[in-house]
Design a protein. Sequence first.
Length: 88
Amino acid sequence: MLPKDARNTIFLIQSGIAHYLEEALARDVKKKLVRSVPIHLLLNTWIGTINYYLVNRDKFAPGKSVISTRGRELLEHFMSNLELKRKE
């Protein structure tokens, strides 16, 4: 729906985020702190989650910042998907 230039700009920003996520993932996989996952899935999971909560902030944090209200919970959930042994 966005113009091509806007989509390209967003893609470049997301590519930068992916670069730093990939470095952090590689570092923590090497230390055996997290399991390895494809970077495109990692990035899209994070962006999709954040986008969903931002778009629906009126449901998750009425009148407040959804990141301030739910940020810790979202980050903990995201990180739980990288656990070496996932909880059943």
